[in-house]
Write a protein of this length. Structure first.
Length: 202
């Protein structure tokens, strides 16, 4: 039954930069996940901008309803700020995370490939960087399963697929994960529509 639950939970394929540190259950419940990594201020830059965007979203909608031109200008300003912040924070994760091209994500957890065996029940501090937004997130998780993966790394080293459940996510982090999933789904949908349109034109 647990296997079925795991397969149903981790469904959205994604590429995510992932870093992790083993921690105790006590640490997962009493410390800040970011404290387990050597992070500079740039890591949190886009998250701070995102939190401000969430706070102003309702106000922006109200302004747009009353003045569409002003609303469009403010939305354009937000996009330019987002591009600027991504440029400032770019490449910050190269030395602290590894890109995981076979990650599977849901709002409740994550599944990723690792060369390291991690036992079910262990707790991890996670550092995630989502693409293409480059939004960074740190959180704690509990390992739900660890299985041999089908493919192997160079030199015959065994890969494992690690399935984890997010724990103690704050509201902003929950929204960040949800927004990222919606964005990936939207990108996939637009890609399928373009492919179908190309086939219709042939």
């Amino acid at each position: 039954m647990q296997d079925i639950h795991d397969r149903d939970s981790f469904r959205l394929s994604d590429q995510i930069h992932i870093g992790y540190q083993r921690v105790s259950k006590t640490a997962a419940n009493s410390t800040d996940a970011g404290s387990h990594f050597d992070l500079d201020s740039r890591f949190y830059l886009l998250r701070d901008i995102y939190e401000l965007e969430l706070e102003s979203a309702e106000l922006l909608r109200a302004i747009t309803d009353k003045n569409r031109q002003l609303g469009s200008f403010l939305q354009n300003l937000n996009k330019r700020m987002d591009i600027l912040c991504r440029g400032i924070s770019g490449n910050r994760d190269e030395n602290t995370t590894q890109v995981n091209p076979e990650a599977l994500i849901s709002e409740g957890g994550l599944s990723f490939i690792s060369p390291e065996l991690i036992n079910p029940g262990e707790h991890l501090a996670l550092m995630l960087v989502f693409h293409p937004s480059t939004l960074g997130l740190t959180c704690f998780c509990e390992v739900r399963h660890c299985r041999l993966a089908e493919d192997r790394l160079t030199g015959g080293q065994v890969n494992y697929r690690i399935g984890i459940k997010f724990i103690n996510l704050d509201t902003t982090s929950q929204r960040l994960v949800s927004r990222h999933i919606i964005r990936v789904q939207g990108d996939e949908r637009r890609s399928r529509l373009r492919e179908e349109d190309d086939l219709d034109r042939r």
